[in-house]
Ligand binder design. Sequence first.
Ligand code: SF4
Length: 218
Amino acid sequence: MDKTLRVVEIFHSLQGESSRAGRPCAFVRLAGCNLSCAWCDTGYALDPGAGRELSLGLIIEALRPYRAGLAEITGGEPLLQAATPELAARLAREGYEVLVETNGSLDISLIPYPAARIMDLKTPSSGMSARNRLENLAYLRRGDEVKFVIADRGDYEWAGALVRSSFYPAALVTTLLSPAGGRLPPAELAGWMLDDKLAARFNPQLHRLIWPERDRGA
Ligand code: SF4
């Protein structure tokens, strides 16, 4: 029997973040999260009972009409559900370039190649930085990306120290710094990055620039 996942929504949009920003993408948003970040913008996906149970086959069929080359599994926290790695593998076999967005608090080595991991490292202002699973840094592969949401100077300095540390795999991954919406002016973060010559990519939420009135997005 086909495995199932609890799905909050399946939709087609432009990829709003990461080095793939701007590309059409099919999204699968899964239910449930084990964290409670101060600036979470997907509160509707946090309940593990949200949405509905769908077989992996039905999820793959639901994505087909979008004819997207890129597919992202997001949440909530996708790794809370046991069938997520299998969905990533099956989507890759279907020919998608697959991204799995994860909060970095669980074991990312479960996400199979060739899916790319977009892994958050939770900054102090999230209230969740004690939940970062730093062992995951050793599992990152070329093509993976690490994202920091920056709400203030303290977050920025915390992220900079980590990115410059000897155990951060700077040569393998793309490092993304995102200004926290409504909390840090984007120009301020951009200025800090330039002054510091930090080897990172400024990561605005493109979908919020295009569709500021939407309360849900990529
Ligand atoms: S990890 Fe993501 S989905 Fe979970 S509470 Fe934090 S921001 Fe929200």
